[in-house]
Design a protein around this ligand. Structure first.
Ligand code: C2E
Ligand code: CA
Ligand code: CA
Ligand code: CA
Length: 277
């Protein structure tokens, strides 16, 4: 009989009932969305100190027929729980690599890197390395321009497997950024062993940089750490010139945020990139 766990809550708590029903609706919609082609990618430019574009980050969007644009913050966690992140993640990677392949040979765009977010469940899947290699081969995207964004949770969960997977991907030429850096639990010893290229300073530290001395100290520490580990560092969520200037003074040379551009659909992105070369 279905008396245990969540079904008990569902029966007794009308608020919880509403949450569960809304979630179940979203989950059913999410399954259908892949088949119905409702996902798209926006791309946010990443710039250097001179304001020139050096790369982009692919960010998934869901254009729901009734709900409108659904934020990835609302459906990515659900996709992870249900396992739908596997086909969705494959679609994201394939779509981003197709664009990256189109840029090949374009004098304005060929130098740009493409960052793609990879969820922990996707990264841990036994086929992940083969999937990435296949997407690169099929699309013809240059592996050396693809950068996978991982989060610190991967370090804590199973360090040995994580490093082995990263090294297998690196052998194909793929690079890595550690996303949301500073919010997780990476130990320095682990960081040193990972074949990383870049640390991304989490936007929560950038947000209060000008007013919170603790955040300013954390940012300084991350930049110093990246320097001593020989890693590139990029700040995300940069919204003001003052934040950019403070980051620059602290030694950060790459930035991403609304100050430069919001995430853009492909056409607007390419316009932005050609104007900013
Ligand atoms: P994230 O990887 O940390 O991505 C950065 C988020 O910050 C994006 O939100 C971006 O639109 C937003 N952002 C960029 N600049 C600024 C700024 O100046 N100010 C503020 N306040 N926000 C800014 P978005 O697109 O809503 O994505 C949210 C999260 O969803 C991402 O966080 C990432 O964790 C996840 N996500 C997005 N696309 C994918 C994907 O294709 N695969 C996976 N696994 N996760 C994804
Ligand atoms: Ca990211
Ligand atoms: Ca991030
Ligand atoms: Ca984040």
């Amino acid at each position: 009989a279905k008396t245990a766990g969540r079904s008990t809550l569902r029966f007794f708590d009308p608020d919880m009932q509403a949450v569960v029903t809304a979630r179940a609706g979203l989950e059913a919609d999410l399954r259908a969305a892949l088949a119905q082609d409702e996902f798209l990618l926006h791309y946010q430019p990443q710039v250097n100190h001179a304001g020139r574009a050096v790369g982009v980050e692919a960010l998934v969007r869901w254009e729901h027929p009734e709900r409108g644009m659904v934020s990835p913050a609302d459906f990515v966690p659900l996709a992870e729980e249900t396992g739908l992140i596997l086909p969705l993640g494959r679609w994201v990677l394939n779509t981003a690599c197709k664009l990256l392949a189109q840029w090949r040979g374009d004098p304005d765009l060929a130098h740009l890197t493409m960052a793609v977010n990879v969820s922990s469940r996707q990264f841990r899947h036994a086929d992940f390395v083969d999937d990435v290699a296949r997407v690169l081969a099929v699309t013809g995207a240059p592996a050396g321009r693809l950068k996978l964004e991982l989060t610190e949770s991967l370090l804590v969960e199973d360090m040995e497997t994580t490093i082995a997977t990263m090294e297998a991907l690196r052998a194909h030429g793929v690079g890595f950024a550690l996303d949301d850096f500073g919010t997780g639990y990476s130990s320095l010893a682990y960081l040193k062993r990972m074949p990383l290229d870049q640390l991304k300073i989490d936007q929560s530290f950038v947000q209060d940089l000008l007013t919170d001395p603790n955040d300013a100290a954390i940012v300084d520490t991350i930049i110093g750490l990246s320097r001593s580990l020989g890693l590139e560092v990029i700040a995300e969520g940069v919204e003001s010139v003052e934040q950019r200037d403070l980051l620059a003074r602290a030694g950060c040379r790459f930035y991403q945020g609304y100050l430069f551009s919001r995430p853009l659909p492909t056409d607007a992105l390419e316009q932005f990139l050609r104007d900013r070369i």
